[in-house]
Design a protein around this ligand. Sequence first.
Ligand code: NAD
Length: 266
Amino acid sequence: ISNLMSGKRGLIMGVANDHSIAWGIARTLAAHGAELAFTYQGEAFGRRVKPLADAVGAKLLLPCDVEDLASVDSVFAALEKEWGKIDFIVHAIGFSDKNELKGRYADTTRDNFVKTMVISCFSFTEIAKRAATLMKDGGSILTLTYGGSTRVMPNYNVMGVAKAALESSVRYLAMDFGGDNIRVNAISAGPVRTLAGSGVADARIMYNYQKKNSPLRRTVSLDEIGGSALYLLSELGAGVTGDVHFVDSGYNIVSMPRLEELKVHE
Ligand code: NAD
């Protein structure tokens, strides 16, 4: 245990269950002394998140559906009332209609495009803006993205477009808030077996492919993502903002399958 996060308070958004990336980050931050608040989307998730929040001693557990801006506002009103200020926030929220996370991107509907963008991209801007007003002594804001933003991944489709916009928002928000010593970054994680991850068609094939073909020859763990989040959210990352940091076993540098995988022999 270290005291990297001791005395720091922050909000974790996006825990659905103990496989969630947000949970991997939360338990790492808690182990390093952070005091946490959690949001949950609807009562069914609330029942799953409650024991996790209890396990890290979090007292604030608040409902929030980012499609409903009033519920976002009430989260920040509650934080202001209870804590007065915050030091960090983690946004690990994404959604798109499963029926469009397969087949062609070209077939994306207007309704799902808008819904995907609002939940997976614009919610980050709305949340960062509210968080920044509570970051009275500076702070650190983190979101989660995926390499399908800049490179074409099968079936990722409109989520890739939303992640590209999310990564761009990270850069603009970093400039907006930098003067107040508030940093804004994203972690671009390799594939993780989560509820959201399983919504993408053939997720298991992608997972195994990246496992075999990334430089580290494996996928990343929740603890590894948590460790990188700790760096970005603590003073260790004090000079870093506007960054999209890959935590993906190095997969992003690869241009083709490993020859061993292709079984090419001379
Ligand atoms: P997850 O299903 O555990 O978490 C997704 C969360 O988004 C859930 O907690 C869900 O409640 C929340 N959410 C969806 N719609 C919402 C709404 N309208 N209001 C409030 N919350 C809402 O899956 P995860 O994989 O941990 O996803 C977290 C983030 O990580 C997402 O942004 C995802 O795109 C990103 N990511 C995931 C992977 C992966 O392979 N799993 C890789 C890179 C990035």
